[in-house]
Write a protein that binds this ligand. Structure first.
Ligand SMILES: NC(=O)c1ccc[n+]([C@@H]2O[C@H](COP(=O)([O-])OP(=O)(O)OC[C@H]3O[C@@H](n4cnc5c(N)ncnc54)[C@H](O)[C@@H]3O)[C@@H](O)[C@H]2O)c1
Ligand SMILES: N[C@@H](CCO)C(=O)O
Ligand code: NA
Length: 441
């Protein structure tokens, strides 16, 4: 009988053993899903790089990570690996270790959106040069398959627009404000108590986390390179309980959206990439995304609208995406295939935020007397901003003040800003209370 030799085991090195890392380790060591059967060879966790050997590493449901797998020598661990899984976060030493791994011919799986958004090109070039995979499904919207669908399933289509709720913490905060009437600070404290928001909630509340994910999504969707610095970013600090309540009255919810869209021809246009709070009509699928859930709504020429929904964070959900990537790179290595190359054939100019085209809802307090509405409408007309609807809220008779809620047709951000300044200058206008973009209609 001819001898058949089974393929060598796949050696996986894990960098980081925190919320995600412990669950990745458990997934490899104690996976009820048989990784060996999925991959075609044994998947061996060779070690886990940690900062301290003294901490006991246990998953939420009590799976203890064997102490003998832990090491503080991340470089040595990387050098012996076929696949390196980076879940330590931060820029350094993650960047150096990933470049080292790729240079040595190992495939890399990472969940590190901050690193990809800041140093992606360097990493993709190292992966392409070595002909190995650099996969990062977990970096955008956690468990939700969105990187692979955009990169592979939609590669034969033209993506026009991506609208994403890609930060669970801010979605939880805005949802609490809408459903319980909390103000922003109260809702952030609740998010912190539940472990969604960090002690310093800046990365979430000010939109940095969503902006990193927007840069990654835009790069994939439009086959180009969008860096974090190209993303116009506004967080949710300016959203008041009154804004949220008014949104409900006008049939909207406020969401922090990551928006990436082509403006102009799909093969010769420009792109706008931005993160900001926006009014989403109740009828849009994104309006139904509650609590800390994430969702990404994609519009493509051929496919039409697509919606991806699920858990964007948490140890097990994020580890699910990481493990899927591990299986994917392992299968490719086993068949001797090269890694997927970065797709960056389109050089779309990224528009500055003032050039973005959106609908707006402006809420203002005006003197309640004849002719004021006509004056305000006249200023919008003079600036070429077209009104879709005007609604007047019940007036405060004592103060002789009326509230106007004006929704515009699509206008450039720069024109709208100039228009609002001119409206604010009218003698009859007491206050511009809020200006919010309207997306998804
Ligand atoms: N937690 C989530 O829900 C989630 C979701 C998606 C993506 N991510 C990403 O996954 C990565 C990990 O996130 P996390 O929540 O598990 O973070 P975490 O802070 O819980 O874990 C990171 C671990 O890496 C260790 N570490 C950091 N630097 C190290 C070094 N130089 N050497 C050895 N160990 C080091 C830390 O001590 C910590 O234990 C981050 O890039 C994060 O953005 C996390
Ligand atoms: N802080 C992020 C974790 C996932 O990237 C969130 O709230 O969604
Ligand atoms: Na994902």
């Amino acid at each position: 009988m001819p001898e058949t030799s089974s393929p060598a085991p796949l050696r996986v090195a894990l960098l980081g053993c925190g919320v995600v890392g412990t669950e990745v380790a458990r997934g490899i060591l104690a996976n009820p899903i048989d990784l060996e059967a999925r991959v075609g060879t044994r998947v061996e966790l060779t070690g886990i790089a940690v900062r301290s050997l003294d901490t006991e590493r246990v998953t939420d449901d009590g799976f203890v990570i064997p102490h003998d797998l832990l090491t503080t020598d991340a470089e040595a661990l990387v050098d012996g690996a076929d696949v390196v899984v980076e879940v330590m976060g931060g820029i350094e030493p993650a960047r150096t270790l990933i470049v080292r791994a790729l240079g040595a011919g190992a495939a890399v799986v990472t969940a590190n959106k901050a690193l990809l958004a800041e140093r992606g090109p360097e990493l993709f070039e190292a992966a392409d040069a070595a002909g190995v995979d650099l996969l990062y499904e977990a970096a955008v919207a956690g468990a939700i398959p969105i990187v692979r669908p955009i990169r592979e399933s939609l590669a034969g289509d033209h993506v026009r627009r991506v609208l994403g709720i890609v930060n669970g913490t801010t979605n939880y905060v805005l949802d609490k404000m809408a459903t319980e009437g909390l103000d922003l600070d109260q809702a952030v404290k609740e998010a912190q108590a539940l472990g969604y928001a960090e002690a310093d909630p800046t990365a979430d509340v000010d939109g940095f986390d969503a902006a990193a994910k927007a840069a990654i999504l835009a790069s994939l969707a439009f086959h180009t390179r969008v860096a974090l610095k190209d993303v116009a970013r506004e967080g949710i600090r300016g959203v008041s309980a009154a804004d949220v309540a008014w949104a409900r009255r006008t049939g909207h919810v406020i969401k922090l959206l990551a928006v990436a869209e082509v403006i102009g021809p799909v093969d010769d246009g420009e792109i706008s990439v931005r993160v900001h709070p926006a009014l989403v009509p109740d009828s849009h699928p994104l309006a139904a995304v509650r609590g800390a859930f994430n969702a990404v709504f994609v519009e493509a020429d051929g496919a039409g609208p697509l919606m991806f929904y699920g858990q964007g964070a948490g140890g097990r959900p994020t580890a699910s995406a990481v493990l899927g990537d591990v299986v994917s790179v392992a299968r490719r290595r086993l068949t001797g295939g090269k890694g997927l190359r970065e797709s960056k054939d389109q050089a779309f100019p990224v528009l500055p935020s003032q050039a973005a085209v959106t609908r707006y809802q402006v809420r203002l307090a005006v003197a309640d007397r004849p002719g004021v509405l006509a004056q305000v409408a006249g200023v919008l007309a003079d600036h070429g901003v077209s009104i879709d609807t005007v609604r007047q809220a019940p007036s405060d008779e004592k103060a002789e003040t009326a509230h106007l809620i004006i929704t515009t047709h699509a206008a450039r951000e720069a024109s709208l800003a100039a228009t609002v300044d001119a409206v604010a200058g009218l003698e009859a206008v007491r206050e511009i209370i809020s200006v919010l973009r309207v997306e998804g209609s």
